[in-house]
Design a binder for this molecule. Sequence first.
Ligand SMILES: CSC[C@H]1O[C@H](OP(=O)(O)O)[C@H](O)[C@@H]1O
Length: 364
Amino acid sequence: MNVGERHYRTIWLSDDKRSVEIIDQRWLPHEFRIERIGTVAGIATAIRDMWVRGAPLIGVTAAYGVAIQMTDDPSDEALDAVWETLHRTRPTAINLRWALDEMRRFLKPLAPEQRAEAAYRRAAEIADEDVGLNRAIGENGLAIIKAIAARKKPGETVNILTHCNAGWLATVDYGTATAPIYLATEAGIPVHVYVDETRPRNQGAQLTAWEMAGQGVPHTLIVDNAGGHLMQHGDIDMVIVGTDRTTANGDVCNKIGTYLKALAAADNDVPFYVALPSPTIDWTVADGLAEIPIEERSGDEVSLVWGKTADGKVAQVRVSPDATPAANPAFDVTPARLVTGLITERGVAKASREGLKAMFPERG
Ligand SMILES: CSC[C@H]1O[C@H](OP(=O)(O)O)[C@H](O)[C@@H]1O
């Protein structure tokens, strides 16, 4: 998307045609920093420490990590080793495993001397594919927003709640949950977005709010606990979120707090949509609650908060007593029964095994 007058993706190949450059999201919205990464260890750190985050972007970053490894050592052993190194950086987003599996599938049959060039080519294709998938998700989600707008008085605003950041910063471009919002804004449909701050890392307050402001989308930041209240008072027309892993049965694993929004939406008859590209579907898993590994991150992310001080410095402050332990499960699972529809690149699927098989019959 555009940052000021210049178009950016979240990740791109450096001029040296070996390393990649990324937007280091840890510093947004206060500083826009670009980092160049040229080693597998650097790629692993960037994923694990959330310089880059968001399921699709994690996958693309890992794909480039494999390409960097093939430049250093294109052997089968090195290909397996980089798979292991990057796979263990974050356990929940399935796009990471999907991208690593795809790169290994694509490279294994090739002679080692062909692998580096082929790896960069395939990583670039995966990045371009992500952009295309998200555009298509945007078109399919736009139809839902248009239908909601048609039921309101002419010119009345469509109020959308989103949780965490499933925006262009979570992907290569456009985002998943934000793609329909961006297309609706471009189409002149009056939309307004309630942005969940999304504790503890505040991806909403720091990233989604920055995205909305940058793209001129009217938005209001709210605390995570306000969404149910707004739904009870008829202030939310739809919820749209992203996902890190959706099961073959339609269970949705997403940022912690998503489940609570789905419960409030169900209790108030607010449609609850999940936007996802098909690489985010884990066809090997049925029961999300029982089978999806939930990342436990450091309790320091709960106890310490990043912000900008009065003199403009970005700093961390402690919000709890020094000795207070903190738990930090990073994701939760929303059962399919609470999901109105899955907005995929092919259309809106029912959140069920039948619904997904109908949309992706080749996965039967
Ligand atoms: C389009 S995937 C976005 C998804 O990823 C986020 O998690 P994290 O910031 O920890 O990588 C969050 O669950 C978003 O919905």
